[in-house]
Every structure is written in C-alpha cells, then in structure tokens.
Write a new protein. Structure first.
Length: 110
C-alpha cells in the first residue's frame, strides 16, 4: 500500500515481470547508459550494481534522515518523467542481477 507522503508505488508481481522482460531486451545503448548510471551511483557511495533511481526509491522507503528526504525528492522528480520510475528501475536492477547470477552459475566457475 502506498504511503501518501512517499512517491514510490510498489509494483505488482505482474508489473515486475513486464519490466523485467523489457530490461532483458535492452540493446547496447541502453545497457551502456545503465552502466554509466551504476558507475555514478557507486561514486556517490552506493552499491556498484544499483542505479541511482533504485537507490533513491529504496532510500525514500527505508532511508533515515537526510537520505530518506533526498530519496523522496529524487523519486518524485523522476516520476515526472515516468510514472512509478523508482519501482520500475528496481525491477530492472533485479532482472540484470538475476541474469548475471544465471550466467555465472551456468558457467560452473562459481
């Protein structure tokens, strides 16, 4: 359920599936832009495989103090360009992580 003071609306499992299918089809340009986004997030102190959008969405939900407020502001701003942007970005990050995990496991090296 959406908190009225929070710009993040959680996706349904069906919506997550749709977002993951779209991410799985991304081409070189989209993947390169995501890599730049992930690099910027890492340089700002976030995890290396997470986009700024996902970090803002998570902070708006689970952050404390300033990080929570910044997360809300960034997420609300991104929602002006794409409805439910933070939740959709998180679904994309999840898809990329699961795809990489599948690749690594199937290689037999880890």
């Amino acid at each position: 359920m959406k908190n009225p003071s929070n710009p993040i609306t959680p996706l349904t499992p069906a919506q997550v599936g749709v977002e993951q299918q779209q991410v799985a089809k991304e081409g070189f340009v989209e993947r390169s832009l995501v890599a730049i986004d992930q690099c910027a997030n890492t340089l700002l102190g976030g995890p290396p495989d997470e986009t700024i959008s996902t970090r803002a969405a998570i902070d708006s939900e689970d952050g404390h103090g300033l990080s929570k407020e910044v997360g809300k502001i960034v997420s609300a701003g991104l929602n002006l360009f794409q409805k439910d942007h933070g939740a959709k970005a998180a679904a994309g990050d999840l898809e990329r992580a699961q795809a990489e995990q599948k690749i690594v496991r199937s290689s037999g090296i880890a």
